[in-house]
Ligand binder design. Structure first.
Ligand SMILES: [Fe+2]
Length: 394
């Protein structure tokens, strides 16, 4: 069975620069979160998820508008940003939504060309192309608006700021400076094994899914991800509908959810209720090659994962069959398992990482399967019903 540990971002990044498609996405450049207190949030993500806190751009580096920290792990780059005055866009964002994802940025060959092509395809501008840099190199950035208030930035890089240099630890943007964080050594000694952003899920309003799907098709020239169960997920259990959009290069997938009528309030509606009735990012999924090692370490660090009743494991192996991991450990760690016709996957979801029931994270390990764990929606509900039945309450 294929272990499927290839990082598509790595192989995409190695492609020759002669690519003529302006919307060819080389890599996920970074994910930017707007947070209430970047200094403290950096400590949280460093401790709980094992990120290295390597660079910052704040008052100490001469930035009087905002404070940003760069967190890295594998090929994941997260920037946490807080505004330093009341008129900063991050402050408004936090007022409306709490901490959350603002920008999923892509590295491209030419950010201005990518932006122009996206605008030509019908995108609305978030901000126009601008260049920063010095004698060491240059960065061009431009942004377009997707659902809600989420932005996709295009970033093109040269010289010291190039993507290969960034991956080796060079400065991400002019203005940032290297920093030492007290948790970096601990995290090097106790790795969590997160490799790259596997997918990024958005929640949109009722009837908003097809609009968002069209947007990704037309503007970014993504296509609908085809797999064994690519029909809408709409069951009485999950109370949501979902379609998955995939970038042309296979770099990243964007599942898009909308609420559906179910037995109980849709989890998507709950998100929207606490997100100012505005679409946004529901979860980011980080890929690991070793779910047992990653989840063991993350649990040790206090990551608050969802816990399933043990009854889940009384039925899961009938559905999933044999796996290469030890089943006892999977159950002890509370990891979820699902299978499709290409293989299986291991996944686990955190509870929301802030007070509002909005953004959470997923850890995913793929053993051939390219889907998203649809079988777990139903299995979770059935496991809960089994417990209910034992109590004579069904
Ligand atoms: Fe997911």
């Amino acid at each position: 069975m294929s272990t499927d540990t290839t990082n598509p971002t790595e192989s995409a990044a190695l492609e020759v620069c002669s690519n003529t498609d302006p919307l060819h996405l080389i890599d996920v450049d970074h994910v930017r979160l707007f947070v209430g207190n970047a200094k403290q949030a950096a400590f949280f993500y460093a401790y709980t998820f094992g990120f290295q806190v390597t660079q910052c751009d704040d008052l100490t580096t001469g930035n009087r508008d905002d404070a940003s920290y760069l967190l890295t792990q594998g090929n994941i780059r997260m920037i946490l940003t807080t505004g330093l005055n009341k008129d900063h866009p991050a402050q408004r964002h936090i007022n409306l939504f709490g901490d959350g994802v603002k920008d999923i940025a892509f590295t491209v060959f030419d950010a201005e060309k990518a932006y122009n092509k996206a605008i030509e395809n019908g995108a609305e501008s978030a901000y126009e192309p601008y260049k920063t840099g010095d004698e060491q190199g240059e960065v061009v950035r431009a942004g377009i608006k997707t659902y809600g208030e989420v932005v996709h930035s295009f970033v093109s890089r040269t010289g010291t700021y190039s993507l290969p240099n960034l991956k080796k630890g060079s400065i991400i943007f002019p203005g940032f400076q290297e920093m030492v964080h007290p948790l970096n050594q601990f995290n090097k000694d106790n790795p969590c094994g997160l490799k790259f952003l596997d997918h990024c899920v958005g929640n949109v309003e009722f009837n908003g899914m097809d609009k968002a799907v069209d947007w990704y098709e037309k503007v970014l020239e993504f296509s609908m991800f085809k797999h064994f169960d690519d029909d809408d997920i709409s069951t009485e259990y999950s109370a949501l509908m979902s379609k998955v959009m995939s970038s042309g290069s296979g770099l990243i997938k964007f599942p898009i959810n909308e609420p559906a009528e179910g037995k109980r309030k849709s989890q998507i509606q709950e998100y929207l209720d606490w997100h100012n009735d505005t679409p946004g990012i529901q979860h980011l999924a980080f890929r690991t090659d070793d779910a047992i090692q990653s989840i063991t370490e993350l649990r040790k660090r206090g990551v608050n994962f969802l816990r399933l009743p043990d009854t889940y494991y009384e039925i899961v192996w009938d559905r999933v069959g044999d796996i290469q991991e030890e089943k006892r450990l999977i159950q002890e760690l509370g990891i979820l398992v699902d299978r499709d016709d290409q293989g299986y996957l291991l996944q686990l979801f955190t509870r929301p990482v802030q007070d509002r029931p909005t953004l959470f994270f997923e850890i995913i390990c793929r053993r051939g399967s390219q889907s998203f764990g649809k079988g777990n929606f139903k299995a979770l509900f059935e496991a809960l019903e089994l417990e209910q039945d034992r109590r004579g309450n069904l």
